[in-house]
Design a protein around this ligand. Structure first.
Ligand SMILES: Nc1ncnc2c1ncn2[C@@H]1O[C@H](COP(=O)(O)OP(=O)(O)OP(=O)(O)O)[C@@H](O)[C@H]1O
Ligand SMILES: [Mg+2]
Length: 366
């Protein structure tokens, strides 16, 4: 039974991962995106745009450590995909002048993998564990000890004759990244001296991201063009950079190469990204919710069937954004369209529709 459930979960995750590849505006990185992402990464804290609170806090943590000449406390970076967690981990190592060792939760399947990684650390190294919430339990327990006592216990042999040999580890800093801080166990979370909560970016901050990326990629981007793309980027630098590349293609092929507001608008219409950053699938979900289910409440699986998608895709890609944009509410009885959703589709909300005015994107419209 437990096995069955496990298999079902794996299948679910696998489906989600496959479906995500197909979705234009997923905040997850596309495989082909990695090279261009690394050329666009900010290299130090001054180049890192937005997140003023996180930046200030990190600056203090890092300069304190540099002053004392000791590695800083372990750092947990928590927040949705594409907001700059991996970039920040590299910046932390760069600011400290330390080497960065990179691994991920899923790669630490056996405690031995982690033991090898830890025992190879040199004093001051930064160890980055991406998706740290997916680390296997035995490795996680080993990590506690390493974080707290700079020690790992390596078990040699099996059964009653097994002995554990303590091994010292060089003082290091662990930087963990997670999109699901909630699924981290308490003991692991408690061992981080500092947690940075990453927030979605404002349109103004995304404009800065776009200007910087355009300069690196050699794209002629005028301010109104940047504004237009920023508004449709779902508060996420990764999506802003992706839209910039698509708009650039359009500008080169169908215009004179300069990204103006009208070029950006025309391009994003071709790619079916609307003025609030909703894509084809988001609109299909809202449309089904409103037109076929009278605004809800309706269960997520039913909704997914109605739009011909996997429930995981609807849940992990569409919903977080629709909820944040104030268009969809998750209730115990199911998903409900807010008044803002009805209006966005050009329909009159019924009197009982939930007022949905909490839109991040409704502010500074001109
Ligand atoms: N503050 C920022 N300033 C400039 N560019 C940024 C910033 N944050 C993110 N980016 C850009 O967005 C891209 C994605 O960032 P990054 O890979 O660090 O996100 P992430 O939070 O690690 O995502 P994931 O959860 O998918 O691993 C980077 O290539 C970088 O170009
Ligand atoms: Mg990352």
């Amino acid at each position: 039974m437990a096995d069955e459930r496990h298999a079902a979960e794996e299948d679910w995750a696998g489906q989600a991962a496959r479906a995500l590849d197909a979705v234009e505006l997923s905040p997850h990185a596309e495989p082909a995106e990695q090279d261009v992402e690394s050329t666009l990464r900010p290299r130090d804290l001054r180049e890192f745009i937005g997140q003023p609170r996180v930046r200030e806090q990190l600056e203090l943590v890092l300069s304190g450590a540099l002053r004392r000449g000791r590695p800083p406390d372990h750092v947990l970076l928590s927040g949705p995909p594409g907001l700059g967690k991996t970039s920040l981990s590299m910046i932390i190592a760069a600011e400290l002048g330390s080497a960065l060792r990179v691994t991920s939760g899923p790669a630490m399947e056996r405690a031995g993998d982690l033991a090898a990684m830890l025992s190879n650390l040199v004093e001051g190294d930064v160890l980055f564990i991406d998706e740290i919430h997916r680390i296997a339990r035995p490795a996680e327990e080993m990590l506690y000890l390493a974080m707290e006592d700079l020690r790992v216990d390596v078990v040699v042999g099996k059964g009653p004759g097994a002995t554990s040999i303590p091994l010292e580890i060089a003082p290091f800093t662990l930087v963990g990244a997670t999109t699901r801080a909630g699924s981290l166990t308490g003991p692991l979370r408690d061992r981080f001296g500092f947690t940075a909560h990453m927030e979605f970016y404002s349109p103004a901050e995304l404009e800065q991201v776009l200007r910087r990326s355009a300069a690196i990629l050699g794209v002629a981007l005028d301010p109104a063009g940047a504004d237009e793309i920023a508004r449709r980027s779902r508060g996420t630098p990764r999506i802003a950079n992706r839209l910039l590349r698509r708009v650039r293609d359009f500008a080169e092929v169908r215009a004179d190469g300069t990204v103006t507001r009208s070029v950006a608008r025309a391009a994003l219409e071709v790619y079916e990204v609307d003025e609030l950053g909703l894509d084809r699938l988001d609109l299909a979900v809202l449309g089904a919710l409103v037109r076929s289910f009278g605004g809800g409440p309706v269960g997520v699986s039913t909704l997914a069937v109605a739009v011909g998608e996997q429930p995981a895709t609807v849940e992990e890609v569409c919903e977080p954004f629709l909820v944040r944009a104030g268009m969809l509410a998750r209730t115990p009885r199911g998903r409900v369209a807010t008044a803002a959703a009805w209006s966005h589709l050009g329909l009159t909300p019924p009197p009982e529709a939930v007022g949905g005015t909490g839109s991040l994107f409704a502010v500074d419209q001109d």
